[in-house]
Design a protein around this ligand. Structure first.
Ligand SMILES: [Zn+2]
Length: 117
């Protein structure tokens, strides 16, 4: 019988490095996306995800929603993604493959404009 990955070594350090690498890769993906190089951006997203899977770490929070779950394109509003804000939710459309991702957003996150005098 084949059990789960049996080795439970102390992986804190490795995982921390993995998170740093992923962050770097997502930043590179963002840069390439800004430069209108979606292919390169996607490649960086793929690499970052591969590291995440290998070290069993999640995509860093700031980038969690920054790529298409379907085609892995880096989603940059007005460049590679269309963002619509509806009542209580954000709708992100990947302009590469057309995949739609919806996120609820909390009231606490809504910044109300202070009335001007
Ligand atoms: Zn896509």
């Amino acid at each position: 019988m084949c059990g789960p990955m049996a080795r439970h070594r102390h992986r804190g350090m490795e995982r921390r490095i993995a998170v740093e690498r992923m962050t770097t890769l997502f930043r590179l993906a963002e840069t390439e996306s800004l430069r209108r190089h979606p292919g390169r951006a996607k490649r960086y997203v793929e690499l970052a995800r591969r590291i995440g899977m290998r070290y069993n770490v999640r995509v860093p929070a700031p980038f969690k929603r920054s790529f298409c779950k379907k085609c892995l394109a880096f989603l940059l509003p007005s460049v590679s993604a269309r963002v619509r804000i509806g009542p209580g939710r954000i709708v992100v459309t990947c302009t590469a493959c057309g995949a739609i991702q919806r996120y609820p957003y909390r009231r606490e996150q809504v910044t109300r404009r202070a009335s001007r005098g």
